[in-house]
Design a protein around this ligand. Structure first.
Ligand code: GTP
Length: 360
């Protein structure tokens, strides 16, 4: 038996308005929810049970995965009435774990897409006889991340906040959102109050002399927290750059069952056309995600954008780097660029040409 926990209780505020109706880990990338890609990879690595730590829109997960039988893995759910943060979320699932005190339990953040060698991470934890093993990745520009330096033996030496000066950039290693915990350490996290695993649990373990090791894996890694990253992750899955056994088919695009793409339309750069969605004559859709039942009118140009379920983009409209909420309508004559977000069911009327900034 090998148990894993997935933290999927966040509100996903950076991905609004998409996360108004669907929690971030259940948004579809390359045709299936982010969580399903993680479940498939965990199963491939020998995980036999996954406990989902849910809070925001908890029922969406259990409605989809049920007891996990359809996905070949045992799935359980623990719901937080009030979000308990990442550490509190880990502590809160303890009652659903059957692992013994010295057994490994894998924890996954619910919003990262990785090519992590999960088996390698667990083996590193065993080999080092560690309390916690952290998956670390290297980034070119570490300024936006908390840093995790390690010594020559791989022991984590500090958890540093985002660096503000060049001198504070002591490593390019960052926490990549997956850990192996010795079960007894999960039980030791304070119960019934919010706890941040990054800010409280990990630094506390170091202070208390715990063996916390870093496992650097430089394979594919992407945090799907922002609209641009979400689109990038979906493209990478469709093109086979991000590995997942749950991608129905890799290629230049992924046209799901029941979608209708006019033969004169161009759909490429990893675009997904959702079930029941329609792309009309002469439209050009690149690097985008069209949720189910979305409609792209003739000669529209849509690039690096997410078009919500049942949203309608009229003939000739140009969208680039835009999020259109479920059921919204963009009438003819509009042009939206650079981070514009249209909220669900809103109608942008005809001929109002807009150049918007990065504000919602
Ligand atoms: P933003 O609001 O856009 O920052 O997104 P988020 O709410 O998902 O927060 P963040 O990206 O920091 O969360 C990292 C992971 O932890 C995600 O998979 C979240 O679903 C999960 N998470 C965050 N807060 C909680 C919580 O309070 N409880 C549980 N169970 N999971 C959480």
């Amino acid at each position: 038996m090998l148990e894993a926990v997935m933290l999927v209780g966040g509100k996903g505020t950076r991905l609004r308005p998409l996360t108004i109706s669907v929690p971030k880990p259940m948004l579809p990338v390359a045709g299936v929810p982010v969580t399903e890609h993680q479940v498939a990879r965990a199963k491939e690595a020998g995980v036999t049970r996954i406990v989902l730590g849910t809070s925001y829109k908890a029922e969406v997960f259990s409605d989809y995965f049920g007891d996990g039988a359809d996905f070949g893995i045992d799935m359980r759910y623990v719901v937080e009435d009030e979000p308990l943060g990442t550490g509190g979320g880990i502590r809160n699932v303890a009652s659903a774990l059957d692992s013994g005190p010295d057994d490994p339990v894998i924890i996954f953040n619910g919003d990262v897409l990785t090519g992590l060698d999960i088996t390698g991470l667990v083996q590193a934890w065993r080999d080092a006889d560690a309390d916690v093993a952290l998956y670390l990745t290297r980034v070119e520009d570490p300024r936006a991340f908390g840093l995790v330096p390690t010594d020559d033996a791989g022991q984590v030496t500090a958890f540093l906040e985002k660096p503000e000066t060049e001198a504070e950039i002591v490593t390019d290693q960052i926490n990549a959102g997956c850990y192996v915990f010795k079960r007894s350490l999960i039980d030791a996290i304070p119960a019934d109050r919010p706890v941040s695993v990054e800010r409280e649990t990990f630094p506390g373990l170091l202070e208390g002399g715990a063996k916390v090791i870093g496992y650097v894996d430089t394979g594919y890694w992407l945090d799907l927290g922002t609209p641009l990253a979400f689109v990038q992750g979906s493209k990478d899955l469709v093109k086979g750059i991000a590995p997942s056994p749950a991608v129905p088919q890799t290629g230049e695009n992924l046209i799901l069952n029941g979608a209708d793409v006019d033969p004169t339309a161009t759909v490429g750069d990893g675009t997904v056309v959702g079930a029941g969605a329609r792309v009309e004559a002469g439209a050009n859709v690149q690097g985008s995600v069209l949720f189910d039942d979305a409609v792209i009118g003739s000669n529209a140009q849509v690039t690096d954008s997410v078009i919500g379920r049942g949203a309608r983009v009229a003939d000739g409209v140009r969208l680039e780097g835009v999020v259109v909420g479920d059921g919204a309508t963009i009438e003819a004559g509009n042009e939206l660029l650079a981070g514009a977000r249209v909220f669900p069911d809103v109608t942008l009327e005809a001929t109002s040409v807009r150049f918007t900034s990065d504000k919602s």
